[in-house]
Ligand binder design. Structure first.
Ligand SMILES: Cc1cc2nc3c(=O)[nH]c(=O)nc-3n(C[C@H](O)[C@H](O)[C@H](O)COP(=O)(O)OP(=O)(O)OC[C@H]3O[C@@H](n4cnc5c(N)ncnc54)[C@H](O)[C@@H]3O)c2cc1C
Length: 266
C-alpha cells in the first residue's frame, strides 16, 4: 500500500525582543531573553497543514535549539502538526549557518523517508535566509526558495509559484524536495485550545549528536563553523540631510530620481 506523503517543517525559536546581548564569540546570548517561534515559520507550518488536509500527509516539525525550544514544537502541535523533533546537544552550540544546515539535514535524514521539507523564508534573528538552500544541497534534493503559492500537489510532486525579482516562475518539483515559503502564502491558523488539551501528553522526540547519521563532532557547533565573527556593531546611521526647493513637479522628479538612484524603485 502506498504510504502518505511525509512533510518535514523546519521551525526555529528566536528572541522575542530586540534587547539582546552578544558574547565573546559574536553569538547572541539567547537564554537571557524571552523567546517565541520565528514568525516566518508560522507560514511554513500553515503550508504543511494545508497540504496535509489535501492529501493526508503526516507533518513532522523539527527544530534545533536548546531544550526550551520544545515550547515551539508544542505550539506546532496545537496548530495541527503530528510529530515534533528537537535536535539539542551542547555540542551544537555556536553553530553558524553551515553547521546549522548540516545538523538539521542530519536530523531530517534520520527521519527518512520524507517527501517534502518546508522552511520559512528567513528568521528574525540570524536573518540570512540561507539555511533552507544549504540543507537541500546537503540532502542532495532539488529546492526552490521564495514560494508564494502552491498551485497543485500529488503523492509524487508539487507545483509552486515562485516570487523572483521582476518575474513570477512556475516550478514543478518531484519529491523529495525542499521549498521555503514567503510570508502571506497562507494566513496561519491560531493554536487551538482543544488541540492543546489533546496534545498535552504528546512526546517530543529528542535527538542528540550521537543519534545522527554523522557522529563526527568536528562537523557540529563551533568546531564545524567556518564563520569567525570579528566585531559586532550597530549599523552606522547616515544623518546627512539635503533640503530641496522648487515647484511640486521639480520636487516629485527629484524625489523619483533619488529613490531610483538608491535602488528603492525598480
Ligand atoms: C559564529 C556564530 C555562532 C553562532 N552561535 C549560535 C548559537 O550558539 N546558537 C544559536 O541559536 N545560533 C547561533 N548562531 C546563529 C545561527 O547560526 C543562525 O541563527 C542559524 O544558522 C540559522 O540561520 P538564520 O537564523 O539566518 O536562518 P535563516 O536561513 O534565515 O532561516 C531560514 C529558515 O530555515 C529554518 N531554520 C533556521 N534555523 C533553524 C533551526 N535552528 N531549527 C529549525 N529550522 C531552522 C527555518 O524554517 C527558517 O525560517 C551563530 C552564528 C554564528 C555566525
Amino acid at each position: 500500500m502506498p504510504r502518505s506523503p511525509h512533510i518535514i517543517t523546519c521551525i526555529k525559536q528566536v528572541p522575542g525582543s530586540t534587547e539582546v546581548e552578544i558574547d565573546d564569540n559574536g553569538s547572541l546570548i539567547r537564554n537571557a531573553v524571552a523567546a517565541k517561534m520565528n514568525p516566518f515559520d508560522l507560514f511554513a507550518i500553515e503550508t504543511s497543514l494545508r497540504l496535509k488536509e489535501q492529501n493526508g500527509a503526516t507533518v513532522t516539525a523539527i527544530t534545533m535549539g536548546p531544550p526550551r525550544a520544545e515550547l515551539i514544537l508544542r505550539e506546532a502541535f496545537m496548530m495541527g502538526v503530528d510529530e515534533g523533533v528537537l535536535l539539542t546537544d551542547r555540542r551544537f552550540a555556536g553553530s553558524d549557518v553551515l553547521a546549522t544546515a548540516w545538523t538539521i539535514s542530519q536530523g531530517i535524514l534520520s527521519l527518512a523517508p520524507y517527501d517534502l521539507v518546508i522552511c520559512g523564508r528567513q528568521t528574525t534573528d540570524g536573518d540570512t535566509a540561507q539555511v533552507g538552500a544549504e540543507m537541500a544541497e546537503f540532502l542532495g534534493i532539488p529546492h526552490v526558495t521564495n514560494v508564494r503559492a502552491i498551485l497543485s500537489s500529488s503523492d509524487e510532486s508539487i507545483t509552486v509559484e515562485v516570487d523572483l525579482p521582476g518575474a513570477i516562475q512556475v516550478a514543478c518539483l518531484h519529491f523529495p524536495c525542499l521549498i521555503t515559503v514567503e510570508k502571506d502564502i497562507f494566513q496561519p491558523r491560531l493554536p487551538s485550545f482543544r488541540r492543546k488539551l489533546a496534545t498535552r501528553d504528546k512526546q517530543v522526540k529528542v535527538l542528540c549528536l550521537d543519534d545522527l547519521p554523522d557522529t563526527d563532532e568536528k562537523h557540529y557547533g563551533l568546531l564545524g563553523s567556518p564563520t569567525k565573527v570579528q566585531r559586532v556593531y550597530p549599523p552606522r546611521r547616515d544623518v546627512t540631510k539635503e533640503i530641496v526647493h522648487g515647484d511640486p513637479q521639480t520636487l516629485a522628479e527629484r524625489l523619483f530620481h533619488e529613490l531610483e538612484g538608491r535602488k528603492f524603485l525598480q
